[in-house]
Ligand binder design. Structure first.
Ligand SMILES: C[S@@+](CC[C@H](N)C(=O)[O-])C[C@H]1O[C@@H](n2cnc3c(N)ncnc32)[C@H](O)[C@@H]1O
Length: 277
């Protein structure tokens, strides 16, 4: 494995931070070294200096940064992750937003799974939406599923999952929304059709400005890899991307209180959610 000096590690982590918002401190030196080794092997390089130079100065289109991004992201996910939080969504937030829309005569709903990894979260939301609101099929409903990892976006588009991804799916949802296909199971077409996967870097200001008109944003277990500054930038974009009355759901252990006071905090049983008033 190539030896990555502390200076080389710092240069690399700085470029990654600038491009992706992900913050790697020095405890991550071994992790980054193993990923860089894989990229160097693929490129036939044996001097880490050459690699650091490539990523820092000779990658105008971001091709190598993208290849590295595909390796440095943490993609752990599964369906119905953090179930109680999803219950708060299903039992309180979703009915509240839907009835406000019905009162206004609106028939559209937009949800964003930001940092969707291989898509399990987005399909979970699609299942819950169809379960709680069967009329969804007569509405214009969309679940945007975005990530920077191209491999994960491909998996999202395939909508086929192994046992690890589906082990928390409640029994009553299994056959209704998933169909067994050998070792794996596929998301049924009507449910899959609600989800639109596409590439989006949460740290890309221009791309983020184009995200507007959402009723719910789920960004769970993503911002833990950001520092306060890049986290604040993302959360400010979320505020603008949400319709008034819209909600942000973060991971169980995540909080944005330190980076913004724009949202109102609401508690449903043990779960905290952020709402744009
Ligand atoms: C641990 S997964 C979370 C998946 C899902 N939200 C969940 O809670 O199960 C984190 C995802 O965030 C994505 N991610 C990290 N930095 C990102 C960025 N700058 N823009 C978009 N996605 C990013 C990673 O590629 C990864 O797939």
């Amino acid at each position: 494995m190539p030896e990555l000096s502390v200076e080389q590690f710092q240069s690399l982590s700085q470029v990654i931070y600038q491009k992706l918002g992900l913050y790697f401190d020095e405890r991550k030196i071994y992790f980054l070294k193993t990923r860089v080794a894989r990229r160097m092997a693929a490129l036939g390089m044996d001097d880490p200096r050459e690699y650091v130079f490539l990523v820092s100065y000779a990658d105008p289109k971001g091709v190598e940064m993208q290849a590295l991004a595909n390796l440095v992201t943490t993609n752990e996910t599964y369906m119905f992750r953090e179930y109680e939080q999803l219950q708060a969504f299903a039992n309180h937030c979703l009915p509240e937003v839907l009835s406000a829309k019905q009162e206004r005569g609106e028939k559209s709903l937009r949800i964003w799974s930001a940092g969707c990894s291989s898509g399990e979260e987005a399909y979970t939301l699609a299942m819950i939406l169809q379960e709680v609101f069967p009329q969804a099929q007569n509405w214009d409903c969309e679940i945007a599923a975005t990530d920077i990892d191209e491999n994960m976006l491909r998996k999202t588009a395939e909508a086929r999952y192994g046992p690890r991804s589906v082990h928390e799916v409640p029994a009553e949802y299994r056959d209704k929304y998933l169909v067994d296909e050998g070792e794996e199971c596929a998301v049924r077409r009507r449910t899959a059709a609600l989800v639109h996967p596409f590439y989006l870097n949460l740290h890309d200001r221009m791309a983020m400005r184009a995200m507007r008109g959402f009723d719910f944003i789920f960004c769970r277990n993503v911002l833990i890899y950001f520092d306060d500054l890049s986290r604040k930038a993302v959360v400010d974009h979320f505020y603008n991307a949400l319709n008034p009355g819209g909600y942000v759901f973060l991971g169980h252990s995540e909080s944005i209180g330190r980076v913004t006071a724009a949202f109102k905090l609401k508690r449903f049983e043990t779960h905290l959610v952020y709402v744009k008033e």
